[in-house]
Design a protein around this ligand. Structure first.
Ligand SMILES: Cc1cc2nc3c(=O)[nH]c(=O)nc-3n(C[C@H](O)[C@H](O)[C@H](O)COP(=O)(O)O)c2cc1C
Ligand code: SF4
Length: 496
């Protein structure tokens, strides 16, 4: 299938066309032609399991906005985003956004971070979300709100948006080169790791004090928690064996359990990975990356730098260790799990499937529906093996107008417990409520995966839906983003 043969979902209205396309191309994504509303809606059903009570089956995924102050505090833009999460009517707010447990672990100089004002700031965000949720749905019954705790590890940029200050656990033969790290670039020491573990524990206490129901100990997208799981080549207590690679999680959890025993714990996990992708040099021109291709890995076999990949062919998924990881979560009595995959930095086509690449990405190497299907299939496989966990699925936004049809079928058929929405909510926060209430979804509000919300932060601008949310489109940042895209287009035209 070539780039040009993808079904452009934005141009399709007929559910049968979509369903036939899935069938003809053997894309395994469940689909309900008729949407159900009210009491009959699978997406509107409450869920009570393991002491957690959710009012419906929509979750809002964590999404940061690169819009905090340089000392890690929320701004009006941050508050606005959290209010819009509340408006959505989704009853599970998974994390709000990644909040760094310490300054050095921030992914950008505008990421929220735990500091002296964190309890009051986080209370304000949570309260604003709840107020808006009540205004929009009438009650906050069944609303569960978590806070995502992070350390950005390899992707730390705490001080300047254009200067990375990586904190790495091991040398990665491909990613080190991308970040310009030499062989003697220092690794985090075990002592430094122990301090970071304490930071996580302290941050969890802050979240508890601010009223959050749970914290997510982030293990996804190439950040530190995820890097631990791939630390096969690291020596010492935190690398090598499965037991060592999960010591970070176990130590964070045991500290939280003793300091804040009533606080819930969840994990967002990149349950599979692949080798980093790059734009195909053969088809790239300045300003227009080529299609994504995996970096050459033949000389790196057996591949020891990816969690949930087949070592002999690391572009294939292998769920043996992820299953072992879920067993460990069960032993630790962690039953809230949000499944994601890969990383937005080195394989965005899997992490957030899109038709239009972000400025640092590449054209889709395959139909983005295959990326959606892969995330759904992995989640389904894990769900089948761990039926008692509450599992949240990711990467549904690319489905656009057909998202409600797929989401309903996925929940109805038990592929997943809750459907998590990321980009769609930046573009169209009311979608969950419209679907559950039986209102016709608004086509003009649908996210079309233009990727501006990823491109803007790469240029040091706040993230938001520039094409569809006027607040961003008409802002000064919107003018700068337009200017940036125009310059890229001009460069491309001059070269072609
Ligand atoms: C602007 C933006 C910010 C994001 N920030 C976070 C984050 O803070 N934490 C996280 O786990 N994922 C983050 N993600 C990933 C999303 O949670 C989600 O996994 C991804 O967008 C795929 O879901 P979707 O197809 O519904 O957009 C972010 C995504 C976007 C587009
Ligand atoms: S900028 Fe808006 S339309 Fe584009 S991917 Fe992000 S949310 Fe979707």
């Amino acid at each position: 299938m070539t780039q040009n043969t993808f079904l452009r979902l934005g141009g399709i209205r007929d559910v049968e066309v979509f369903r036939n396309y899935l069938q003809d191309h053997h894309i395994s994504i469940p689909f309900d032609a008729k949407l159900l509303a009210g009491a009959t809606s699978p997406l509107g059903q409450p869920l009570h399991r393991g002491g957690v009570s959710l009012g419906n089956r929509f979750a809002i995924q964590p999404m940061e906005g690169w819009d905090g102050t340089t000392d890690g505090r929320p701004t009006e833009l941050t508050l606005r985003r959290w209010r819009r999460f509340g408006t959505s009517g989704a009853k599970l707010i998974w994390g709000g956004e990644a909040v760094a447990v310490c300054h050095e672990g921030r992914a950008n100089p505008n990421q929220l971070a735990i500091g002296p004002h964190a309890v009051a700031d986080l209370c304000r965000l949570r309260e604003a979300l709840i107020q808006e949720h009540k205004r929009s749905v009438g009650s906050d019954a069944g609303l569960v709100i978590g806070l995502q705790l992070t350390h950005s590890g390899r992707y730390s940029r705490p001080n300047h948006h254009d200067r990375s200050e990586p904190r790495i656990l091991f040398h990665h033969p491909i990613l080190d080169k991308r970040l310009g790290l030499t062989d003697d670039y220092p690794l985090l020491t075990d002592h430094e790791i122990r301090k970071i573990i304490e930071d996580f524990q302290r941050a969890a206490c802050v979240a508890h004090e601010a009223g959050f129901d749970f914290v997510d100990i982030k293990h996804c997208h190439g950040y530190l928690g995820h890097e631990f799981l791939s630390a096969y080549t690291r020596a010492g207590e935190y690398g090598g064996s499965f037991e060592n690679r999960t010591r970070f999680l176990r130590e964070v959890v045991s500290g939280i359990r003793s300091l804040a025993p009533a606080l819930g714990i969840g994990v967002r996990l990149s349950a599979f990975d692949t080798v980093p992708f790059k734009p195909d040099p053969q088809t790239s021109v300045p300003g227009m990356p080529g299609r994504g291709v995996p970096e050459s890995f033949k000389a790196l076999l057996p591949y020891r730098w990816g969690f949930g990949v087949n070592r002999e062919n690391p572009v294939e998924v292998d769920l043996n260790e992820p299953v072992q990881f879920l067993s460990l979560l069960s032993e630790l009595e962690i039953n809230l799990l949000n499944i994601s995959g890969g990383s937005p930095y080195y394989n965005p086509h899997l992490q957030r499937p899109a038709l239009f690449p972000p400025s640092d990405g590449y054209l889709p190497p395959e139909d983005p529906l295959l990326g959606v299907a892969q995330q759904m299939q992995v989640t389904r496989t894990l769900k089948q093996q761990f039926p008692n966990m509450i599992m949240i699925g990711s990467a549904y936004t690319y489905l656009q107008d057909f998202l409600p049809h797929v989401a309903q079928a996925a929940v109805r058929e038990g592929w997943v417990d809750c459907v998590g929405l990321g980009r769609m909510v930046l573009a169209y926060p009311e979608l969950p409520l419209d679907v559950i209430s039986g209102r016709e979804p608004q086509r003009k509000q649908m996210c079309r995966t233009f990727s501006d919300c990823t491109t803007a932060p790469r240029a040091g601008l706040p993230s938001g839906c520039y094409p569809l949310d006027e607040h961003y489109g008409r802002s000064e940042a919107g003018v700068r983003l337009k200017d940036l895209k125009q310059r890229i287009r001009t460069r491309r035209e001059q070269k072609t």
